[in-house]
Design a protein around this ligand. Structure first.
Ligand SMILES: [Zn+2]
Length: 100
C-alpha cells in the first residue's frame, strides 16, 4: 500500500534513498544513528519524517492509520524525541568552521 507520506514520495537524493530504502526494508540493519546533513532546502527534514514514519509503521507502509502512524502524526510517538525543541536551532557537530 502506498501513501502520500511514504518514503517513495521523497524527491531527488537518489544516493541517500538507496540507504533509506535498504534500512526501511531491513530494519535490523538500521544503525543506531543517522545524520541527515546538507544545505538548506534539500529536503532533509521531509526525508527524515517520511523515513521514521515508514520504519515505525506497524504495517511497514506509512499507512497513516495504525497506532504508530497516528501517534507520529500527533507528535506523541514514544520512540521519537525531536531535538532541538526549537525549530531552526542547529546543533553543531564537529568544528564550527567545518561541521562535517
Ligand atoms: Zn502505519
Amino acid at each position: 500500500m502506498s501513501s502520500a507520506f511514504g518514503i517513495e514520495e521523497i524527491q531527488g537524493q537518489e544516493r541517500a534513498l538507496v540507504f533509506l530504502k535498504k534500512y526501511s526494508s531491513q530494519p535490523e540493519l538500521l544503525p543506531p544513528l543517522l545524520i541527515f546533513h546538507g544545505p538548506e532546502g534539500t529536503g532533509k527534514e521531509s526525508a527524515v519524517e517520511r523515513f521514521i514514519r515508514h520504519v515505525l509503521c506497524i504495517e511497514g507502509t506509512s499507512c497513516g492509520h495504525c497506532v504508530s502512524c497516528r501517534a507520529f502524526m500527533h507528535h506523541s510517538h514514544p520512540d521519537i524525541v525531536w531535538f532541538p525543541l526549537e525549530k531552526n536551532k542547529q546543533i553543531p557537530i564537529g568544528k564550527e568552521d567545518n561541521p562535517e
